[in-house]
Write a protein that binds this ligand. Structure first.
Ligand SMILES: [Zn+2]
Length: 143
């Protein structure tokens, strides 16, 4: 087994290559965006990985701002015909999102691995409804 990436640069490289965040060799995906159950090289269980809709948000925001900024500038500077704007802007948006979604998801999984990020776990301290979080409604009818 090799060491985990410990720098931002190595998590970005693992993301760009869509590889395992621990060994950097095994494949991270078994489909276009579906994570493999574990690394085929070092055996790291990918069960910890859950970037949820983070990759989609960052990709849509980044690609959207970049493409729309370029489109707005060319529309003002060159006044291209509307058919050319439709023929370039929508394919650029779709291609930009599809091409960058996998690396961004892989990068966020690598960041989750490095920072040991996981869902919050809640433990009860007991005493719910007895002066804790809620008002005890049983007392008036019980008395
Ligand atoms: Zn691995």
């Amino acid at each position: 087994m090799e060491s985990a990436p410990s720098t931002v640069q190595s998590t970005i490289l693992a993301g760009l290559r869509c590889r395992c965040p621990r060994c950097g060799q095994g494949k991270l995906f078994k489909g276009f965006l579906t994570l493999a159950p574990n690394c085929d090289r070092c055996g790291l269980d990918y069960g910890f990985a859950d970037p949820a809709d983070g990759p989609a948000f960052f990709v849509m925001s980044g690609v959207g701002m970049a493409v729309i900024a370029i489109w707005a500038w060319t529309a003002v500077a060159f006044s291209p015909p509307i058919w050319l704007q439709f023929a370039t802007v929508f394919p650029a948006l779709i291609a930009g999102c599809l091409l960058s979604l996998r690396p961004v998801k892989a990068w966020l999984v690598a960041e989750q691995y490095v920072h040991k990020a996981e869902e919050a776990r809640w433990a009860s301290i007991g005493g719910h409804g007895e002066g804790g979080f809620t008002w005890d409604r049983r007392r008036p009818s019980d008395g």
